[in-house]
Write a protein of this length. Structure first.
Length: 421
C-alpha cells in the first residue's frame, strides 16, 4: 500500500524540527549507539545493541540490518568470502553512517554493501598494504576508508566505482605496537586509533612517528566482570561523544572504555544502548567476532509481542546532518497516527489506553500528529547539522494509532542518537 500523508505534513515536519532542536538542546547528552559485528567464519555481518540490562531489560539486543557478505563479485576481481576457522586474524567491517554503506573485508578483497547487497569490490594492494588486511575504519570528515594490515595503514576514498581514489599510501604504525588488528579514525580530533594482538589500544595523528597514547586493555578491567584476552580483534570509536570513548573486542566479549590518561583506560559511563561496561558478544555456539564498527541506527526496546501489529522504525542513520532520516510505520488499520517522543525511556513502563507506554512524558516530551494513516506511512524527518542539534543526545519515541473503530494500537519504543558522520 502506498504511504498516505496528512494535508498538514509540511506544518508537522516544521513542528517536529523545531521541537527537536529546542528540546534536544536542553536535554542531557547520553550517547547511545549500536555495533556492527563481523562474523567472518559464517560470512555474516550482524547488528547489535546491549546487552539487555536493568529491571526493564532494555534495550533489545537485536536491531536489524544484518546480512550475508559472501556474494558474487560486481567489479572485476574477487569479492569477500567467508573465512576459514582458525586462519590468521584478518577481516573487519566499517560503516559509512551518512552514506548508508557498509564495508567488509575478508583480509583480501573489500566489499561495499548497501541494504545488504554488494555494490562494488576492490583491493588495497595499490596502497602498499600487504594482505591479509586486518582492519577497516570510516572517516566521516573526509569520507575516506582507512585500512590496515599488520604493521601499516592507508586510506582510499570510495567513489561508487570499481577503482576508489587513493588518498594515503601505506604508513608504518608507530613503534612499540604489536601486529595491528583494527583501525578507526576519531572525527573529533582526526587521530588514528588502532588495536593490536598484544592487548593494546593506541591513538596518534596521521603520520606521527610516535603514538600519543598506548593503553593496555587486556586482562581484568575496572568495572567489568569479563577479562579480555590479549588478542584483540575489533575496535570502534564512539562518534557521538566529546570524550575519547571506544569499544574493543577479543572476539567473544566487548568492552566500552574511556581513555582516561596516559596508558590508562577505564570503564566508560553507561548509556541506554550500552548499559554495561563489558558484556558477552557470543556464546559457545556462535561464530567468533572478527571486527567492530559503530552505526547510528535506532535501538529498540519494550515488548514487541504486546504491541499489536503497529511496527515503528527509522530509515537512514541519525548523523548530523542527515537529510534522508525518516520514520517508517506499517501495520494496523486505517486511522489517525501519533508519534510521541521524549529524551528518556520509562522504567517501569506507564500505561495509555490499556497499552504499555515506554516514554515518561516529561516536561520536554512532545506529540506529533494526528496524521492520516492507511496501513503504512513514511515520514521524512531530516536532521540539521551541528551545532543546531547537539551530538550525543538520545531521542526516544513511540507510535500510537487510533483506528477507525476507535481502538488504539501502540508500537514498542525506539531510540536514536545524534552522531558525527
Amino acid at each position: 500500500m502506498r504511504p498516505r500523508y496528512a494535508a498538514s505534513m509540511p506544518l508537522l515536519l516544521a513542528q517536529l524540527s523545531a521541537l527537536l532542536v529546542a528540546a534536544a538542546t536542553a536535554a542531557t547528552p547520553a550517547s547511545a549507539q549500536n555495533l556492527y559485528l563481523l562474523k567472518g567464519s559464517s560470512g555474516y555481518v550482524g547488528v547489535t545493541a546491549g546487552p539487555n540490562s536493568g529491571p526493564c531489560n532494555y534495550p533489545s539486543s537485536s536491531t536489524g540490518g544484518s546480512f550475508d557478505f559472501e556474494q558474487d563479485a560486481v567489479c572485476p576481481g574477487f569479492a569477500p568470502k567467508a573465512m576459514t576457522v582458525g586462519a590468521v586474524q584478518r577481516g573487519d567491517v566499517a560503516v559509512d553512517r551518512q552514506g548508508g554503506v557498509t564495508f567488509v573485508t575478508d583480509g583480501f578483497a573489500i566489499g561495499a554493501y548497501g541494504s545488504g547487497h554488494l555494490l562494488g569490490n576492490f583491493t588495497a594492494t595499490s596502497l602498499g598494504l600487504t594482505p591479509p588486511l586486518r582492519g577497516l575504519g570510516w572517516d566521516g570528515v573526509n569520507r575516506w576508508l582507512w585500512i590496515c594490515d599488520g604493521d601499516s595503514y592507508a586510506a582510499v576514498e570510495p567513489n561508487g566505482t570499481c577503482s576508489p581514489t587513493p588518498r594515503v599510501s601505506a604508513i608504518p604504525a608507530p613503534p612499540g605496537l604489536a601486529t595491528l588488528s583494527d583501525i578507526d579514525r576519531d572525527g573529533r580530533t582526526g587521530d588514528i586509533w588502532t588495536c593490536d594482538e598484544a592487548g593494546n589500544v593506541a591513538y596518534f595523528p596521521v603520520g606521527a612517528p610516535l603514538a600519543s597514547n598506548v593503553m593496555h586493555v587486556s586482562g581484568p578491567l575496572p568495572g567489568c566482570d569479563a577479562t579480555l584476552d590479549p588478542l584483540l580483534f575489533g575496535l570502534a570509536v564512539d562518534p557521538t561523544t566529546d570524550w575519547p570513548v571506544f569499544n574493543v573486542t577479543d572476539g567473544s566479549h566487548a568492552a566500552r572504555l574511556l581513555a582516561a590518561g596516559p596508558g590508562l583506560a577505564v570503564a566508560a559511563p553507561p548509556t541506554f544502548a550500552q548499559p554495561e561496561a563489558c558484556w558477552e558478544l557470543v556464546d559457545g555456539a556462535s561464530p567468533h567476532v572478527d571486527g567492530l564498527a559503530y552505526a547510528a541506527r535506532s535501538v529498540y526496546y519494550g515488548d514487541s509481542s504486546g504491541a499489536g501489529t503497529l511496527v515503528f522504525g527509522t530509515g537512514g542513520q541519525s548523523t548530523l546532518p542527515s537529510p534522508n532520516f525518516h520514520f517508517e510505520i506499517f501495520g494496523g488499520e486505517v486511522g489517525q497516527l501519533y508519534i510521541a517522543y521524549d529524551f528518556a525511556a520509562a522504567c517501569p513502563t506507564g500505561s495509555f489506553a490499556g497499552m504499555d507506554l515506554y516514554l515518561p512524558m516529561s516536561s520536554v516530551s512532545g506529540v506529533i500528529g494526528p496524521l492520516s494513516y492507511g496501513g503504512s506511512i513514511t515520514i521524512p524527518a531530516p536532521l540539521a547539522a551541528a551545532p543546531d542539534l547537539p551530538y550525543g543526545v538520545a531521542v526516544f519515541a513511540q507510535a500510537f494509532l487510533k483506528g477507525s473503530t476507535g481502538a488504539w494500537r501502540a508500537s514498542r519504543g525506539l531510540s536514536f542518537t545524534f552522531s558525527r558522520p
